[in-house]
Design a protein around this ligand. Structure first.
Ligand SMILES: [Zn+2]
Length: 473
């Protein structure tokens, strides 16, 4: 890593409220930190990245991804949520070995960097043994992505998964002692590139004593909680937040993933307790969780981040998430206007904007992940987690509104350079990490898992989808 890097002459969308959008600016990086942002920076000893005509943004943040599923990417494009539970979690996950977690997490993290994602909440509910946790953390560290390792629970049988025999699993599978070990062994400081969170099941999925155990564990460890709520009809969706309130477990900085079906009272409780939301809009509309109700979250002034959730069923990049929420949340409002017999203009005050969408994919995500003090915007003093988008590409030029270019036109192929903590991880459209060995590992993992699952010879599972749904019941 050069000591100093100068990103010169780009269109800089800082996401910093003070600095704003700069049509022709330089970003000076000193070591791992953004030193200056502005016109005509000149540093004799800096490595220069010419960004003239390109768009410079803070790296994207994925606020909830089950990265361990990368071994079985797109095995289930047509699954609704219930079939996903029945097959991916109940049938695939118990077969996972530590080496599968390592291979999938490394490959997924490299995929993220390639797509301009510099920050990831790895929602790791695959801690079947302590070795599984070690493998996931090792992979994140090797990939070099900034990440929150959200330590989860085991996934070894129907009995200890979300859906226990009585649908309110009472078996305690989160291994508190191992979570304490991981905290001490890997995360004794909260300043590293990889930090720790706790991924919990929560009310509606577990009996109250189990919920209380997991929440108190998070408090003891001093880490934030991330929990799935309000998705389709799972987890008694209409009462998960009020149930947490009744248990006195509404902690600040908790991430409520999906939040598709909240009552007004629950939105208020999330706001008043300092919680935030992670929407996975592509998955939510595709698999049946519900809408990604960003307009409602905005009304309650609740921080919003975007996430990819499961690559078994969708793409894991943030361009996809931006397109999905921009389309679905405006579509929802347009439909309301249609039903109220209003025309498009009359409906427009309730429509989300491209600038809001870009913010959620960057700074909003950092707020949700609990790392906005160090990333999410191009602000002097923050870590240099920066992405440069090719402004000359055939699907980008000519640029008029650069935010429109990123949110509406860009895709992974336009991600030209990626830096994490001032370290260049992708340069001139090419990942600097070698991909040969990681790809071999993830393909071997795929082969093993498909065989263990008992997949049909051709490998893909789509045709099995609906017929396997009863396994979740
Ligand atoms: Zn999820």
């Amino acid at each position: 890593m050069a000591d100093r890097i100068l990103i010169k002459g780009g269109i800089v969308l800082t996401q910093d409220d003070t600095l704003g959008e700069l049509p022709n600016a330089d970003v000076l990086i000193d070591g791992d930190t953004i030193a200056e942002v502005g016109r005509d920076q000149s540093v004799a000893d800096a490595k220069v990245i010419d960004a003239a005509g390109d768009i410079v943004i803070p790296g994207f943040i994925d606020t909830h991804r089950h990265t361990w599923e990368t071994s079985i990417r797109t095995c289930a494009p047509d699954y609704p949520l219930i079939t996903y539970f029945g097959n991916i979690l109940d049938k695939f996950a118990p077969h996972y070995r530590p080496e599968d977690v390592y291979a999938a997490t490394l490959w997924g993290a490299l995929e993220d960097i390639n797509a301009g994602i510099t920050g990831l909440v790895d929602w790791a509910h695959i801690i079947n043994t302590p070795d599984h946790a070690d493998a996931g953390i090792q992979a994140l560290r090797e990939a070099g992505i900034r990440s929150v390792y959200a330590y989860g629970f085991g996934n070894t049988s129907l009995q200890d998964w979300w859906f226990g025999p009585d649908y309110t699993g009472s078996v305690l599978t989160t291994n508190g002692d191992d979570a304490r070990r991981v905290r001490q062994q890997y995360f004794s400081s909260d300043d590293g590139r990889v930090t720790m969170g706790l991924a919990t099941r929560g009310t509606g999925f577990c009996k109250p004593d189990v919920v209380r155990y997991e929440w108190e564990l998070a408090k003891e460890l001093g880490v934030n909680i991330t929990v799935h709520v309000g998705m389709d009809r799972f987890g008694y969706t209409k009462g998960q937040i009020t149930a947490l309130r009744d248990l006195d477990l509404l902690y600040p900085n908790t991430t409520y993933v999906h939040a598709s079906h909240f009552t007004d009272e629950e939105w208020g409780l999330v706001r008043d307790s300092g919680g935030n939301v992670s929407f996975a809009p592509q998955i939510e509309v595709q698999m049946g969780h519900g809408w990604a109700p960003a307009v409602t979250a905005l009304q309650y002034d609740i921080p919003i981040g975007l996430s990819s959730d499961v690559c078994t069923t969708s793409s894991a990049d943030q361009f996809t998430q931006m397109h999905a929420i921009f389309g679905s949340e405006r579509g929802r409002k347009h439909q309301e206007a249609w039903e109220a017999d209003l025309d498009g203009l009359e409906a427009s005050p309730g429509l989300i904007t491209s600038r809001q969408v870009l913010r959620w994919a960057t700074l909003g995500g950092a707020e949700v992940a609990g790392i906005a003090d160090r990333t999410g915007s191009i602000t002097p003093g923050k870590k240099a987690d920066i992405v440069i988008i090719d402004g000359s590409a055939v699907n980008i030029a000519p640029i008029i509104d650069p935010v429109g270019a990123v949110v509406c036109a860009a895709d992974i192929s336009n991600v030209k350079h990626v830096l994490v903590g001032g370290e260049i991880l992708k340069q001139d459209f090419r990942l600097l990490a070698s991909l040969g060995e990681p790809r071999k590992r993830v393909e071997a993992s795929r082969d093993y898992l498909l065989e263990a699952f008992g997949a049909p010879e051709q490998g893909w599972l789509t045709a099995m989808g609906a017929g396997s749904a009863s396994a979740a019941g």
